[in-house]
Every structure is written in C-alpha cells, then in structure tokens.
Design a binder for this molecule. Structure first.
Ligand SMILES: O=C(O)CCC(=O)C(=O)O
Length: 338
C-alpha cells in the first residue's frame, strides 16, 4: 500500500465513529450525588429537609446507606394496607382465569416459556414456589400506594436528589431462592446507576422460609464483567448468572464483608442500592410462605419512558410527589383492584 493510500485509510478510520466498548463501571459523572466522593450529607439534609417531617433521622439513614448500601425502615407500611394487598393477591390466585397479570415461573417444565398470563397458569402452580407475580402494581391501586408510600419516596428522593419514578415490581408468596446478584445488571434505566429497590415484608419473615440475604458494603465493589455485554446481563453475555454469583461471593469474602439475613416484620421495608449484592436463601421448610413485595425505582431524569414503550410519552400516576407509569400494553388490566 502506498503512503498516500495508507494515510487516507488512517484518516477514514479516525473519522468513522467507533462503537463504544461496553460499560464495566457506572460513569462517575452520572452517579447519584451520594455515591460521589466528598458527598456532603449534612449540607444536603439542611437544604432538603426544610419544612418536611421525617419519621426517622434522615442524615443518619443517609450516612448508613452511603456506607452499607441499604437501610431498614421499621413499621413503614400500615398493616391494613398490607392485608388489603394480600387479599387482592389471593383473589388473583383463586380466580386466575379472570386476570392477565404476567407471571414468571422458574420451573424447568416452563423453561421454554417462563412468562405467562395468570389466566393460563394452573392454580396449583400459581399458588406454589418458583412464582413471581410481575408488575402487580399495574392492576392494583393499593399496589401503587404501597409502592409509592411516603416513607419510601422521601428517602429515595433524597438518595437520587431527584423525583422518584417506580419502574417495576415483583410479588412473592414463597422465597425466591435467587442466586447472589446486583440489580443493575438486570434492571436497566436510561442512567443505570439511578436505581434502587424496596423489599416490603407482607408478613413476619421466618428464618426457614428462604429469607433475603445481602452483603453490607458490597455496593462499592468492582463490577463483574459479563464479557461481551460489560456489566449488564443479556442472552448474548459470555458469562451467566451463576458466574456472576460466584464472582460476587468471592469478592465479598475477599473484602471481609459479612452476609446478613433479612428477618424483618410485616410492614417493615428494606431499601437497597443498585449495587448491593443480595439473593434469596434456600427454603428450609417448604410449608412456610415468605410473602413479600419488591419494587424497583429510578429517577425522573433517568427513567423517562416505560420499558415496554420506549418511544411513547408515558401516562403518569402520581402519589406523594413520585410517579409510576401506567402499563402501555394492558390498559384493560390497569387498576382492576380498586
Ligand atoms: O426476594 C428475593 O428473594 C429476591 C428478590 C431480588 O433479589 C430482586 O428482586 O432483585
């Protein structure tokens, strides 16, 4: 190749936009303020708290979150609300033929089609373990009210420094037994570090029911690299969720992080950081239920479209100054439980 054509080819290559390598860490500039170096909690709280009453010491909770990647809010949700939500879940199970709620079934015989509408799932399967009721908040006004409960919203709004937007929810009757993971790898918003979750106890958690476990401080560890897809998991990733779990358990152990078990009471809430390593313990007594409601959240800037309609303007429902989007694909199922 002559010098001129070599130069031409170099210029052409320099002008052609190169595909970005997959992300292996959150971009520093996009982190929530509290995850940045020198985050000043006292000065933030002074500004934010003006006139607002909190049922807890906000500065103390934010410091705990910053250090540990989670907080527990005791007695955050009133018992009658929890009971009402569970009555609706029982109705969904008992009269499943009436409902189109998506159900994820993590059983080998459903591997080819793990997500089905409630009406198509046999009641004995729906009422058993390995079931996740997906986005029940779409169907239920009480599901939305608990998801956007004032205790949850005020804390997460402080964490994001932005309006809270709920992204999705999962309801469990039994323990999930899910391997150790971090949520950002699976639940991705337009700014992936703007993610947090709530684990709402719908009954007192028994140690043999497959409680949630988590590693305090693990939100600061180096991310796992799924290979071709960087820190996010998809069907195209080189590594799988088992590799992810093994990596996390190894680095937590190397960092001397303790594994904690979540034994909270009905109405208590655990809020956790996008990167807190956690999972579901083995169910040691299959007769025990572990009724729980898990909600994922992002911020106004980071989650502007419903994940199932990324090019349409979402229909917003607002509670306590936070939003949740109506399901764009099942308008007939919205708020069927009033
Ligand atoms: O509740 C559980 O056992 C696991 C829930 C969970 O890990 C999640 O939704 O990210």
């Amino acid at each position: 190749m002559s010098l001129t054509s070599r130069l031409k080819s170099m210029v052409k290559q320099a002008l052609t936009p190169q595909p970005k390598p997959p992300l292996t860490e959150f971009e520093y500039a996009t982190l929530p303020w509290i995850d940045k170096k020198n985050a000043n909690i006292d000065s933030f709280v002074k500004q934010y708290q003006r006139g607002q009453n909190f049922p807890y010491d906000l500065a103390e909770k934010l410091r705990f979150w910053q250090q540990n990647g989670y907080v527990i809010l005791e007695k955050a949700i009133q018992q009658e609300w929890v009971d009402q939500l569970w009555r609706e879940v029982e109705e969904l199970i008992e009269h499943h033929e009436r409902y189109r709620t998506n159900i994820r079934i993590d059983r080998p015989e459903y591997a080819a089609q793990p997500v089905m509408e409630a009406k198509d799932v046999p009641v004995e399967v729906l009422d058993g373990p390995y079931i996740k009721i997906m986005d029940f908040h779409d169907n239920s006004v009480m599901g939305k009210k608990i998801m956007l409960h004032n205790s949850i919203v005020t804390f997460l709004e402080a964490v994001f420094g932005d309006r809270v937007v709920a992204m999705q929810s999962l309801l469990f009757k039994y323990g999930s037994q899910q391997a150790t993971h971090q949520d950002f790898a699976y639940v991705v918003s337009e700014n992936p570090s703007h993610l947090a979750a709530a684990w709402i106890a719908l009954e007192d958690v028994h140690i043999d029911s497959g409680p949630l476990f988590y590693f305090p401080g693990s939100h600061r560890l180096r991310k796992f690299d799924f290979g071709t897809t960087g820190m996010f998991y998809s069907g195209e990733s080189k590594y799988n969720p088992t590799d992810f779990a093994q990596y996390l358990e190894k680095v937590c152990q190397e960092a001397g992080l303790k594994r904690e078990t979540l034994l909270i009471k009905k109405g208590d809430v655990l809020l956790w950081h996008a990167s807190l390593a956690h999972g579901g313990d083995a169910i040691r007594n299959p007769a025990l239920t572990r009724k729980s409601y898990v909600c994922h959240y992002s911020s106004l800037k980071a989650y502007q479209h419903h994940r199932q309609a990324p090019t349409s303007e979402p229909v917003r429902r607002t509670i306590n100054g936070a939003d949740v989007f109506a399901n764009p694909l099942m308008p007939d199922q919205e708020d069927i439980f009033k």
